[in-house]
Design a protein around this ligand. Sequence first.
Ligand code: GTP
Ligand code: MG
Length: 386
Amino acid sequence: MPTNIPPEAWAKFEEYRRVKTPEEKLRKLQEFMALMPKHKGTEKMEKFLRRKMAELREEIERKRARKARRGGPGIFVEKKGAAQVVLLGFTNSGRSTVLSVLTNARPEVSPAPFTTVGRPEEGMMEFRGAQIHFVEAPPVLREGGHLTRLALGLAGNADAIGFVVDGSRDPVGDLRDLLTIVESAGIKVGRPEGKVRIVRSRGVDSIIVRRRGAIVDGTEADVRRLLESYGMDRVIVEIDGRVRLSDVEEALLGEKRYKPALVFVTRCDLTTEGLERVREEFGHLMPVVPISPREPPDREELGELVLDLTGVIRIFTKPVGRKEPSEKALILERGSTVADAARAIHEHLYRRFKYAKVWSSRLPYSPMRVGADFELEDGDVIEIHA
Ligand SMILES: Nc1nc2c(ncn2[C@@H]2O[C@H](COP(=O)(O)OP(=O)(O)OP(=O)(O)O)[C@@H](O)[C@H]2O)c(=O)[nH]1
Ligand SMILES: [Mg+2]
């Protein structure tokens, strides 16, 4: 049964995926609900949305309760930049050192344990067109407790976790313990087995499944039936890796169920033995970044690594007639199309879209004239004609 979810409603849906706090997300879902036609064909979608809204309300309530209990400033650190990475480690692991090596922040670095225990320290790492927001969480303790809970709360809300381990002691043991602690708090670290992306497309008139991997518990027809039961129509479903039908359902709202992570190994100016062992044991699970206080890692490389982990891309826009593209990038979800970029700039550009020019070294020639469904990649320069 076609449900004809109107474009204004779809726009809210996509805004929902972009906003970050539970309050904003809840508001977008409410707006989406208000714009959605209500009949038999949208019943399941309505139920799903109500469940998601209830979850968001609970999350907001938990946040409030935490604040009230402590009576102090929340442990919620507002997100800035293209991605937020929370630095998580045991005391003295070198979290403040990592923060000061990578960002403009100047937290207190000290050989005494429990130096950063109050308000989390934070700083921005700038690289071409974008910034990564690093936050130093309070130290994690093996025995748990208040500080550990605060730290895990921050990590749970971050776009990625940056584990910090002391490379001169037992970094492999420390990382193993950190992973256990994080996972017991319900945070799944690493790369998911598969990925689902659902995008609306004007170019199709049904549900198209593009499969590059396996559907573990069903067929492509099952995926189509499932989405039809949610009132979906004119969408492209991209499936990579190993995916379950429940993953497809979750992807309706662009949910990410795994927390990407990387690990910073400190004291690499003193020894690189620990670094090598971490690489051997955990290199397949997450990127390993060596830290020496006087030799900061390449920001461009690290920035790109974090964007890649968190699934976002930088797009440089160029108004028609201007020579140089914007210095500040437009941050979009990986897999976004020219149409997504147009919409992110202005609804007007999206509605009146004619064509776009894209400059990129990956293209056979630049600029190349492309249509609305052209998929963008990190670093692309784009000029939209409307
Ligand atoms: N040589 C060297 N010393 C380091 C490195 N990282 C940390 N240290 C030293 O280790 C001590 C602790 O570092 P911090 O960065 O304060 O560690 P932290 O994890 O923020 O510690 P707390 O906030 O107290 O839990 C300091 O004396 C640092 O100078 C490193 O890469 N090389
Ligand atoms: Mg510190």
